[in-house]
Design a protein. Structure first.
Length: 139
């Protein structure tokens, strides 16, 4: 697990996107996805996680909206990292949105997806590439 100069946690076993999302493969085609420690810290205290209606068992393309996360000062849309089928969402986030702040890589995961094309996974950022992608002023 890597830590940046500002104690931001960046697990080594995940792949990342430039917009601060992560994916962890749990088998050959299934990944768990969420937002990074940087993202949860940037948005602030999360007060609401709302999933798109009927998103489970839906085939989605890269970049389709899955959820909305709201904090006291901001809101962000969560989009699919890769194309595939949403097989599960983290329902406990609806009642306990603070899980995103407390543990964005374990209890605060957002959705599980069966990837349409596992080869696209390889195009995502490695942990060191994600760190390099962060702007110096982010710290």
């Amino acid at each position: 697990m890597s830590e940046t100069d500002r104690d931001m946690i960046i697990p080594d076993d995940l792949k990342y996107t430039a917009n601060h999302q992560w994916i962890k493969m749990i088998d050959d085609i299934t990944g768990i996805c969420g937002i990074t420690d940087f993202a949860q810290n940037s948005i602030g205290e999360v007060i609401l996680v709302e999933f798109i209606n009927n998103i489970v068992n839906t085939e989605i393309e890269d970049g389709e909206k899955i959820a909305i996360i709201e904090s006291l000062n901001n809101s962000i849309d969560i989009f699919s990292i890769l194309p595939g089928k949403i097989i599960e969402i983290n329902r406990p986030l609806e009642d306990s949105p603070e899980l995103l702040n407390d543990d964005p890589y374990e209890d605060g995961w957002i959705y599980k997806i069966e990837l349409e094309d596992i080869l696209l996974f390889e195009n995502l950022l490695e942990p060191d590439e994600y760190i390099e992608n962060l702007l110096p002023e982010d710290f």
